[in-house]
Design a binder for this molecule. Sequence first.
Ligand code: IPE
Ligand code: IPE
Ligand code: MG
Length: 270
Amino acid sequence: MTANPPAFPSSTVQILPARAVPRHVAIIMDGNGRWAKSRYLPRVAGHKRGVEIVREVTRACIDLGIEFLTLFAFSSENWRRPQEEITMLRQLFLMALEQEIGKLDRNGIRLKIIGDLEPFGERIKELAQRAEEQTAQNTRLTLTIAANYGGRWDLLQAVGKLVRKYPSQTEGFTEEQFAPLLAMNYAPEPDLFIRTGGEQRISNFLLWHVAYTELYFTPKLWPDFDRNALDEAIEWFIARERRFGRTSEQLEPGELAQAAADPGPVRRGY
Ligand code: IPE
Ligand code: IPE
Ligand code: MG
């Protein structure tokens, strides 16, 4: 046993000083359909209200000083839904892109979209690209929308890039080689994961990235998830003790702050 083990051996682990507001919050926005059903409304009403909540939560994140907000809008499995609902979700996505780009830009928000946009068609692909380009220099908040995203899809596309990038290497791959090939290579790993709607599962959202993320599940349906609900989640997060494999006794506040100043090679250059 060495007296002083190396600090945080896994270099892709995002290190935060204890008791700080999360840098990166990732949310599975679930419960729109049940919210609508409980009001005898069509499912689309829940999704529309869900878009309004996205605006509110985005503003709240800016006010709290959160740097990265990642929202699961449509999973690679959501194609299994009735065609009518898919068409409507596609229309809502299109409208949101058309209407929000200017507002996002004026508010200093950088928009990123992860997932395979191909099946959504040319118009959405074009608008998404334009939105990313127009907001690329913004620094207040990075808002990532995961659309036709799947954690397994992300891992497989990264593996494809890995073998093309290192054609003569067959073993000994490192996290530093692999992590930058994932779709969200511009962000630190999420500190806080929130799932609304009561289910306690990941549903093929970020898989690699949640290795050390704090997982928060709330029965509140997404259309009811307001600023106060976000505050509650943040308070819960702040009370967590993030040990990253170490023991409580090893967690000196000064040491953690120092580690946060040097989060490791994978995040350098972001
Ligand atoms: C989440 O709400 C939104 C999407 C998956 C697009 P749901 O539509 O899954 O709502 P519930 O889970 O049926 O209530
Ligand atoms: C997860 O919600 C996907 C999104 C919120 C976009 P689902 O409602 O599709 O998840 P399951 O089917 O309950 O696991
Ligand atoms: Mg659902």
